[in-house]
Design a protein around this ligand. Structure first.
Ligand code: KG4
Length: 332
């Protein structure tokens, strides 16, 4: 089954063609990072405009790379949300236009299901599993009994991990998106600042990162007021040590509580080297983390998710499909 995937939920315009949820024939990604860098973060209106400029060329390139004709496509899978509504609309309308023109079935895919199914491209997903979803907008622990079954057992009460990374990067003076930069500096420093590890007192599997973020901001400001220098490498290493410890410990604790051995890590922050290294120490668990190219937003993951979604439900959407800025994964 040849699935055409389309992703435009934030600042990446991406179109991919994936065979049977695994064989990536093309995965074209046009990133707007260089444009949004000027503003220190994604500007929604600018993002939608750039999706409009790019989408046709990205479509064209995806077919050239895959060396197939539009008529060969069996299913169109498009991100329907959550995300920036203006950005989502461009992808969904492009998907509808293609589906109408070539008379192809269309399905809407949840963006976070896409991140989870990025793992299905290179690994065989084994269930039951715990998925740790860590991105710019989400931090969730999800129990998956089987394919396309999502039960959220923990989530952030305030900032998402990626958001905390981006804010810390800004305070330290690193460009947007800060996650990869903080990760890089963290590997050049040591955990000397011993920042708080936030485990909520209610014993739940929820997360909170705003206190840690404030601790970093206060530390930098106090040092500035005292004319003392902050060691950026050590600060990044300390921040990362705190984040990674909490994410890994909570994921393993939940897996142990449920007697689950399969762990899936997904979302942009799954590209983090420190997180990967920490998880890899748990050799008794079957831990799946996508390659870096499938960690951040891309359409191959949407095509893969679309394939498994269709396999499970055998149901198409129609051309009245509309994107939604807010969409719960567990109502899928
Ligand atoms: O999943 P994603 O591409 O977009 C959505 O939020 O859906 O994730 C982007 C987030 C950004 O906050 C970025 O800073 C973070 O992922 N990120 C990282 C790394 N690479 C990307 N955070 C920490 N370490 C990284 N290596």
């Amino acid at each position: 089954m040849l699935v055409l995937g389309i992703e435009s939920s934030c600042d990446e315009t991406s179109v991919a063609i994936v065979k049977d949820g695994k064989e990536v024939l093309s995965n074209v990604i046009n990133s707007q990072i260089d444009i949004h860098k000027l503003f220190g973060g994604v500007v929604p209106e600018v993002a939608s405009r750039n999706h409009v400029y790019q989408i046709s060329m990205v479509f064209k390139q995806a077919f050239i790379d895959a060396n197939i004709k539009p008529e060969d496509i069996d299913l169109v899978a498009v991100t329907k949300g959550p995300g920036l509504i203006g950005s989502l609309l461009i992808g969904v309308n492009a998907a509808k236009a293609f589906a109408l023109m070539y008379n192809k079935p269309i399905i809407g895919v949840h963006h976070l299901a896409g991140h989870i199914y990025a793992n299905a491209i290179e690994h065989d997903m084994v269930f039951p599993a715990i998925a740790l979803l860590v991105s710019g907008g989400n931090t969730e622990l999800v129990y998956m009994k089987e394919h396309f079954s999502f039960e959220i057992l923990g989530e952030t009460l305030d900032d998402a991990v990626g958001e905390a990374y981006d804010k810390v990067a800004r305070v330290v003076g690193l460009p947007y998106p800060g996650g990869p930069q903080v990760d890089k500096l963290a590997h050049q420093g040591h955990d000397t600042y011993h920042l708080p590890r936030v485990y909520l007192e209610d014993g739940s599997f929820n997360f909170s990162f705003s206190g840690l973020k404030s601790a970093v901001i206060n530390l930098v400001h106090n040092n500035e007021q005292r004319n003392e220098e902050t060691n950026k490498e050590d600060l990044c290493a300390s921040f990362q040590a705190s984040v990674v410890e909490v994410l890994v410990n909570k994921t393993i604790a939940l897996a142990d509580k449920l007697g689950v051995k399969n762990i899936i890590v997904a979302g942009g922050v799954s590209a983090n080297k420190g997180l990967k290294e920490a998880f890899m120490k748990y050799e008794n668990y079957n831990i799946s983390i996508p390659s870096i190219k499938y960690c951040t937003d891309n359409a191959a993951m949407i095509a893969a998710a679309g394939y498994y979604q269709f396999k499970k439900y055998q149901k198409y959407d129609d051309l009245t499909i509309n994107p939604k800025a807010n969409l719960d994964l567990d109502n899928e």
